[in-house]
Design a binder for this molecule. Structure first.
Ligand code: AMP
Length: 280
């Protein structure tokens, strides 16, 4: 694996490969890598000639400085895992390789899709995400870029940004990679204690229960009430549970209002914010 810390060195390497008609797969990450990230690397390796991973904890997408400070950083382990999984190029820049001094996130107009759920809970978050992903896509110039459906709203934002900026890249959504218990793998899980790790599969169970209730003919208000009631007797604190159309991300009132329906959940285990979703 070749490691780059400067975009001025990485971009010409990629341009040369693309001139030889090679395809490039790209997975942007914030590090603390796990098997969820590796499922994206695996897909990229199967579908492209070369695979690039970036590791950058992007300050402009954190609206909470404490969350930024506590974000896990495991650079040496990450490198080992990427080598083991056959990654070709790692881009691991410093802030100054991506941002000018005091540069802020660009302000985007995404209509309603950044006004709901994560956009509402974390003001400015998606401007930061779109800003950094736009910068990274311009540097890496991939044929295909891979994003996990664990951050489903993020994929919708990135699809819109790519359309608005007319970037020449395929955005490939990838299914959520889960532990055998059902818990969605996440870098933040590293902060869960043993008790919380044992309890956290509850969140996926709530989501599968919700899907089963729909199969039994229950409507949205009943499904939502069941989720809220289940949290009352749990060690977790529910921040939100929304059932929306996958395209607009706007809440629906009846399951028949949309062909593509998804349920989104955010819950706290202590001060650790866990996010998950499921297709109905
Ligand atoms: P992050 O490092 O958390 O910014 O994640 C980098 C990419 O990996 C994003 O596209 C995430 O959605 C994706 N990702 C993280 N965890 C998972 C998972 N458990 N399954 C699938 N994709 C994931």
């Amino acid at each position: 694996m070749v490691i780059f810390s400067e975009n001025e060195k990485l971009t010409p390497t990629i341009v040369e490969l693309k001139n030889q008609n090679k395809t490039i797969g790209f997975i942007p990450t914030m590090g603390a890598l796990h098997d969820g990230h590796m499922s994206l690397v695996k897909a990229s390796k199967e579908q492209n000639d070369y695979t690039v991973v970036s590791i950058f904890v992007n300050p402009t997408q954190f609206n909470n400085l404490d969350d930024l400070a506590k974000y896990p950083r495991t650079e040496e382990k990450d490198k080992e895992l990427l080598i083991k999984n056959g990654c070709d190029f790692l881009y691991i820049p410093t802030i100054s390789d991506l941002y000018l001094e005091n540069e802020k996130a660009k302000h985007y107009d995404f209509g309603t899709i950044d006004q709901v759920m994560e956009g509402k809970s974390r003001p400015g978050h998606f401007d930061g995400v779109a800003t950094i992903v736009s910068k990274l896509l311009r540097i890496v110039q991939p044929t295909n870029a891979y994003f996990g459906e664990k951050d489903f709203q993020q994929i919708r934002i990135i699809q819109e940004m790519v359309k608005q900026e007319n970037l020449n890249v395929n955005i490939i959504p990838m299914p959520i990679f889960r532990a055998d218990t059902g818990l969605a793998l996440s870098s933040r899980n590293a902060r869960l204690n043993d008790k919380q790790v044992n309890e956290a599969p509850f969140i996926y169970k709530i989501l599968t229960d919700a899907v089963n209730l729909k199969k039994q003919g229950k409507e949205i208000d009943e499904v939502k009430k069941n989720v809220e009631d289940s949290f009352n007797n749990s060690p977790f604190k529910l921040e939100y549970f929304e059932i929306t159309d996958e395209e607009t991300l706007l809440p629906i009132t009846n399951f028949s209002d949309s062909k593509n329906v998804r349920g989104f959940i955010v819950a706290y285990a202590g001060d650790i914010r866990l996010i998950d979703n499921i297709k109905f």
